[in-house]
Ligand binder design. Structure first.
Ligand SMILES: Cc1cc2nc3c(=O)[nH]c(=O)nc-3n(C[C@H](O)[C@H](O)[C@H](O)COP(=O)(O)OP(=O)(O)OC[C@H]3O[C@@H](n4cnc5c(N)ncnc54)[C@H](O)[C@@H]3O)c2cc1C
Length: 492
């Protein structure tokens, strides 16, 4: 990879321009270059990797790792799980192309020196599909290392990569074929002519206008934990006539309180009690094992606000016995939150609007702005369900029914956390961008979370690692097909 900036050039020429240096863009660049194409990669920011650098694991079915671990995972089964979860409202061929590629992609990455292990995303997950990196006996975050390995490959393969170079516009000829990209680098315009362009700009999670337009539950308090991508790819593609698919899907990912990481863990523990700002319970808290789904319940609440309530006994159990669900690889089930007492007290001092510690539920209700009698009724009802071992409203698993009777009581306020968007540009299973008549726009491909048709309104956690997985796999497929296209080959 050449570290050069295109400062001396105002026009350049190559075979394929790839917009965005996240997982999808990098996988596309390596795959296309391995097939012999010349590639220029453009990255708007200085840092490389986008959201992909933060991912922990990626999905695969039937990989060499699963085979080594004697995990029986069948592509057919996973395909059906995902299609049924989405009520068949997806592009089945696109999803299948992704799933079918996924095992080979793990091998492709292992051939680059990465070693994978598999970890259940939630207890009792079956089958195991979440490929994280393995170091000795520990499993660790994969995103950053995968990005590093792909950037290194780009270096070796002679890919030109320009940082701080944001694509602004796609160029087309009179027939509507894509002919290149106009970009801006350090205030200067750069025109790159190319036979093919691959869009991989990572969605519109940081574009409030688009979020308001497409996501019905959007509220300004929602917390984006990823890179604030602006939807550049979507806007550029639709400007030249691309169709859209799957707009308005957020990659929701749980409750986002303020303060130390441990408080984020506490806010999603299944044996706590969750209420909205009126003091009413709104969800089976044990759904937090699939926090992509529990967040759907949260965003429907007034102002998208929720509160996790617990008492001193539950807190002590988290410290002494460990957490039940935890949060990602950083807090696996059983992790003891040894500093939790201090962290809660500190946060209650510092973030008075976000955490309350009180001797009575009335005090907590007043702090929340709820009617004390409503909160009291909620607590009494919940405690009664805990005592009888049956939750008459939400049928929460009785293992997580834990009465709240030991003061002091704790309340953590939160909004929804999301990691980005999913969906936007309509593509087919070759990752070709489609126009309004469902015909490919010649030369134009898209990959990663800029695209739609492979995920329904909610992240399907049975295919844990599916967004990062789709980024890498769709990137590879797009890169291979763009390389074929520039050589004049047919896509099969
Ligand atoms: C904290 C966190 C943890 C996550 N964990 C997981 C996980 O464990 N498993 C999983 O499946 N998913 C996970 N995800 C989601 C997953 O990382 C993403 O959905 C996926 O990696 C997106 O890949 P992408 O290549 O499409 O986009 P990105 O990786 O975001 O890359 C897009 C790139 O395009 C650049 N760009 C944008 N506009 C332009 C432009 N105009 N010109 C040039 N460049 C541009 C951006 O700066 C960025 O570098 C996580 C996300 C976050 C934030």
């Amino acid at each position: 990879m050449h570290p050069a900036q295109p400062s001396k050039h105002e026009t350049m020429e190559t075979q394929i321009v790839i917009i965005g240096v996240g997982g999808a863009g990098l996988a596309a660049a390596v795959a296309a270059t391995e097939k012999g194409a010349d590639v220029i990669l453009l990255e708007k920011r200085r840092a490389l990797g986008g959201n992909s650098a933060m991912a922990e694991g990626l999905f695969a079915a039937g990989s060499s790792v699963q085979k080594r671990m004697k995990i029986d995972v069948r592509a057919d089964e996973l395909f059906k799980i995902a299609m049924n979860y989405a009520h068949w409202q997806l592009d089945a061929r696109l999803l299948r192309a992704y799933i079918n590629k996924s095992a080979d992609t793990i091998q492709w990455l292992e051939d680059k020196g990465l070693k994978f292990g598999i970890y259940p995303y939630y207890p009792n997950q079956f089958p195991f599909v979440w490929h994280c990196l393995k170091s000795g006996d520990t499993v660790k975050r994969g995103g950053f290392e995968i990005i590093k390995a792909l950037v290194k490959d780009c270096e070796g393969l002679g890919v030109l990569l320009f940082r701080e170079t944001g694509a602004k516009k796609l160029m087309t000829d009179r027939k509507g074929h894509v002919t290149g990209v106009v970009a801006v680098t350090r205030g200067k315009e750069l025109r790159i002519t190319a036979r093919s362009v691959i869009i991989a700009t990572g969605g519109y999670g940081g574009n409030k206008e688009l979020l308001r337009k497409y996501y019905p539950y959007y509220n300004e308090n929602m917390v984006l934990k990823g890179v604030p991508n602006k939807g550049d790819g979507l806007l550029m593609a639709t400007e030249i006539g691309a169709a859209t698919e799957g707009l308005g899907i957020l990659h929701l990912a749980g409750n986002s309180p303020r303060g130390a990481f441990d408080l984020h863990v506490v806010a999603e523990e299944p044996n706590t009690l969750w209420v909205n700002k009126k003091g009413e319970r709104f969800v089976d808290e044990a759904i937090s094992f699939q926090h992509f789904e529990s967040t759907n319940a949260l965003v429907r609440q007034p102002d998208g606000v929720g509160y996790t309530l617990l008492d001193e006994r539950i807190k002590q159990n988290m410290i002494e016995k460990g957490v039940i669900k935890g949060l990602g690889l950083k807090a696996l089930p059983g992790t003891k939150l040894t500093d939790l007492g201090k962290e809660l007290e500190l946060a209650a001092e510092k973030d008075k609007d976000w955490i309350k510690i009180a001797k009575s539920w009335d005090e907590i209700a007043q702090w929340m702005g709820a009617q004390p009698e409503v909160l009291k009724a909620t607590i009494d009802e919940y405690n009664a369900y805990c005592e009888q071992g049956y939750d008459e409203i939400f049928a929460k698993d009785r293992r997580y029914l834990d009465a709240l009777r030991t003061p002091p009581y704790y309340a953590l306020k939160y909004h929804a956390r999301y990691l980005g968007t999913i969906g936007g540009i309509k593509i087919n299973h070759h990752m070709e961008v489609l126009d309004q008549e469902d015909n490919p726009i010649p030369g134009l491909y898209a990959a990663g979370i800029d695209t739609g048709g492979w995920e329904s309104d909610t992240y399907c956690v049975r295919l844990a690692g599916t967004t990062f997985g789709f980024a890498i796999n769709s990137g590879r497929i797009a890169g291979e097909n763009a390389a074929k296209y520039v050589e004049g080959g047919r896509l099969s």
